[in-house]
Unconditional design. Structure first.
Length: 266
């Protein structure tokens, strides 16, 4: 594996500032490539932030093997998306696009990010997916979530020893394959705003007036229409306008019955 690099970008007053995090994040969303998170759980992340919680994103690769765009343009697009979405930070791990191998080194890099941000909830690619990198990313993050809680596994961040931390919840967002979700989040109030994060990746998706030199699965005009159709479908399942579906890594426990089962369905 080539030399790895780690970039953490913090957003304050729309300015990019490089510094070390000292804050605990409620939700940390991992993606195999830049744009995975925005495409699959961006509206849920916006909903979480609207409820007063903080969100961070970690891209495992730079997306350098993609047909469209370059590592440089995708980096700028990822930073733009993070600003538009309002993330606390966006971390980029250069683990190698198409080279997300299951190694101790790769798991350790993800553990470091988990221990640095100490999230309650983690979002990750689904174990069942069309793209091999998505499947590999899912396995790496799943293992890192568990191993991050081991006392006897030392890691450090910027030369400082880290303390163990195991997230309470791991959710898998849905991408290309149609999987029946375990839960559906009502994103009626955040879906349209989340499109700004998706469209920030201008090299990857269809834009009116732009001549496409190469056609890929995701830069067809129908792709973005399909994303909205799926959100409408999931919303219909729970009696709302839009929804995002997730698979759960374990059976959830309910501590407050009435706060979980509240309101009514039409």
């Amino acid at each position: 594996m080539g030399q790895q690099w780690l970039l953490v970008i913090f957003f304050s007053s729309n300015r990019n500032i490089l510094k070390q995090s000292t804050e605990t994040i409620y939700a940390l969303a991992f993606g195999a490539h830049p744009d995975d998170v925005e495409l699959s759980c961006g509206a849920t992340l916006l909903k979480i932030m609207s409820e007063g919680q903080t969100v961070a994103v970690c891209d495992l690769t730079r997306g350098e093997m993609g047909t469209l765009g370059t590592p440089a343009t995708r980096k700028v697009e990822a930073e733009t998306a993070a600003t538009l979405m309002g993330y606390h930070s966006r971390t980029s791990l250069d683990l190698g696009d198409s080279k997300l191998f299951h190694t101790e080194e790769n798991v350790a890099e993800i553990i470091k990010v988990i221990r640095q941000f100490r999230p309650t909830v983690i979002f990750a690619n689904s174990p069942e997916e069309r793209h091999p990198d998505h499947v590999k990313a899912s396995k790496l993050v799943t293992e890192a979530c568990y191993y991050a809680g081991l006392q006897q596994l030392p890691t450090s961040w910027n030369g400082q020893p880290q303390t163990p931390h195991r997230p309470s919840h791991l959710l898998y967002y849905l991408q290309f394959k149609h999987l029946e979700p375990d839960i559906i989040v009502d994103i009626s109030d955040s879906f349209q705003a989340s499109r700004k994060g998706v469209l920030a990746f201008a090299t990857q998706f269809h834009n009116e007036g732009k001549t496409e030199e190469t056609t890929t699965l995701i830069n067809r005009p129908e792709f973005l229409t399909g994303l909205e159709a799926r959100a409408r479908y999931f919303g219909e399942q729970i009696g709302t306008l839009y929804g995002e579906g997730f698979k759960l890594s374990s059976t959830p426990g309910i501590s407050s019955f009435t706060s979980t089962f509240s309101g009514h369905r039409p």
